[in-house]
Design a protein around this ligand. Sequence first.
Ligand SMILES: *Cc1c(COP(=O)(O)O)cnc(C)c1O
Length: 374
Amino acid sequence: MDIAAQWAGGALTIDLAAIAANYRTLQSVVGGECGAAIKADAYGLGALTVGPTLEKAGCRRFFVAHLSEGVALRPAISRDIPIFVLHGPPPGTSRDLLEAGLTPVLNSVEQLAEWRALAASLGRMLPAVIQIDSGMARFGLTAEIVTTVANDPGMLAGVKPLFVMSHLACADEPQHPANAAQLAAFLRLTALLPELPRSLAASSGIFLGPDWHFDIVRPGAALYGVNPTPGRPNPMRPVVRLQARVIQTRDIPTGQTVGYGGLFTAARPTRVALLGIGYGDGFHRAASNRGRAVLPSHSETHLPIIGRVSMDSLAVDITDLGGSPVSAGTPFDLIGPHISLDEAAAAAGTIGYELLTDLGGRYHRSYTQGHAAS
Ligand SMILES: *Cc1c(COP(=O)(O)O)cnc(C)c1O
């Protein structure tokens, strides 16, 4: 860790070369085009840095959730590359969205009507993506509305649909019957509409197979190193490393409890390292007594997090390191080459997606092209 990193409790290192490599991997799996979901600040990794990295890797379509995210991202991405706002324009903001150089995903009759009205007032065709609900019951036009649109071309007057999309609810469970059901519904509903490019799969959907690829895929999590095939080997390269420094070490006797609530009781004379990272950094309290840390020079020894995770710190049992030198300032990995993001998330009872987006702005954050050894 560099000097500035020592001022913070923890350091988050983001490997941009790994993100670019993951993009190329996903692009090579699909026959069509690979876009990128960089909503939620690129899943917490910094959309203004990750976006241009992906553009350089060949990405030509970006997806954000909110209008505000699109407005923030627009200057970082070449003007001719579309940024799609997944939630569409909030009521009364269609003109703002257009003037910001963004393209809406239209999810409802109301959003369709607003976009149509704006097109009519400007006297020109306005591009948009049409989302349909193929069974997730989240966003998109219902089957009934799709039928109405199919029978009444006036519903799309002034709207230039670029492609039609839907989203899968259970793609991370390949055997789940919802996948085939959603695919069938998507095929049936898109057949009713004018012939348009189609987009169904996000990260896990890509690995369901070519039937799910269509013309455009929209991965997010897999780009950032989350395993899109849970329970199977991760085809993606790890992207983040989360390290925390030792504040102090102490030796405690058998029977001594550690931390808030006395949740952990030492069953043997125990050497404890207090690390300067806690739930205030987005490292979940649910990892209390469950998560693990690794001293990079002793990567084979997984060290248990003991007691409650505090707001600013957590305790690690380092007894098994024996006489290894650990002192104030020594960095430990909480996520890294020997503890995957998915493993750290599972220890906190959640998924890589949530842990990533929670890793807040409190760390010293740095970007690398390939992980420096430390
Ligand atoms: C978030 C999101 C994605 C990306 O999903 P991942 O599982 O992270 O790949 C794609 N499409 C839509 C509509 C989304 O909301």
